[in-house]
Design a protein around this ligand. Structure first.
Ligand code: NAP
Length: 266
């Protein structure tokens, strides 16, 4: 991988969950890593771990990806370093009924999940294309394939990521740059576990499995659905009438209201 995509790896949303796992797996593959999120204390702890464990460079970068000037902040933080791998993983997931969700939260989800992905691509993709070397992962979700009641805004932002990844992947296919959308199902990250129903969801995976399958498919496909159960379930859902698929998805997302642990969702 490191021969194909040269330079640093930048992981947006690296302070916990899947982002921290992406950073760890990329460092294990030899990448120096730029770690972006708001909670700098967590990024510093992760950076220390990666340096000690893998002997790579790791730079914590505290940025609120919902900030209006996010692109300027990103450019300043990257400071001319060559970025060969970009992981757009940061997300804000307001759950619950559309009308009960404060509009500020819905807009924040658009800013973090959609706008910051756009800004990251605009900031880093041109240099990848110019160097004819780059790999981009956009974290989407199984909620991207149909409407997702009780997670309507979140699911819509994930549909944006999926469509963006597929479209851009096609455009840059001849430029030595690979783009993949990861349509993950339920993944046991701390934030997910804080919201998941008792007993969990079918097909739940460990973050490491989602990350390894995604990195392994980068360059081979434009969409990855980690986990055999999730691939089969997604295929079956797409055979159903859309209204039925929406209802089934709603039954799953509704269960996410009650926490399995006492920890509040981030
Ligand atoms: N877990 C699942 O079941 C699941 C399933 C399908 C898809 N996904 C997708 O996978 C990705 C990671 O999921 P996860 O469960 O690991 O999420 P998570 O635990 O909630 O982590 C989200 C990350 O995004 C960062 N972030 C959130 N708002 C930010 C902001 N305004 N500025 C900068 N960073 C921000 C958080 O860091 P700070 O709070 O420190 O800023 C954190 O590092 C997301 O894109 C999610 O949609 C997850």
């Amino acid at each position: 991988m490191i021969k194909r995509y040269r330079g640093w790896a930048l992981v947006a949303g690296a302070s916990e969950g899947l982002g921290a796992s992406f950073a760890e797996r990329l460092a294990s593959r030899g990448y120096d890593v730029l770690l972006v999120a708001r909670r700098v204390d967590r990024l510093e702890a992760l950076a220390g771990l990666l340096v000690a464990r893998h002997g790579v460079e790791a730079v914590p970068i505290g940025i609120d990806l919902a900030a209006p000037d996010v692109q300027e902040q990103l450019r300043a933080a990257v400071a001319g370093r060559e970025v060969g791998v970009l992981v757009c993983n940061a997300a804000f997931a307001p759950l619950g009924g559309f009308l009960e969700t404060p509009v500020e939260e819905a807009v924040r989800a658009l800013d973090v999940n959609c706008r910051s992905t756009l800004m990251l691509l605009h900031a880093l993709l041109p240099a990848m294309v110019a160097r004819r070397s780059g790999g981009v992962v956009i974290m989407s979700s199984l909620t991207a394939f149909q409407g997702s009641p009780w997670a309507s805004v979140y699911g819509s932002t994930k549909a944006f990521g999926l469509a963006l990844a597929e479209g851009v992947a096609h455009e840059v296919a001849e430029s030595g740059v690979d783009v993949i959308a990861c349509c993950a199902g339920a993944t046991r990250t701390p934030n997910y576990l804080a919201r998941a129903a008792e007993g969990g969801a079918p097909g739940e995976l460990a973050p490491e499995q989602v990350v390894e399958e995604t990195l392994d498919r980068l360059g081979a496909a434009n969409i990855v659905i980690p986990g055999r159960f999730n691939r089969l379930a997604s295929w079956l859902m797409r055979l159903l009438p859309r209204s039925l698929a929406v209802r089934i998805m709603g039954q799953q997302t509704r269960k996410l209201q009650t926490g399995r642990t006492a920890a509040p969702p981030v």
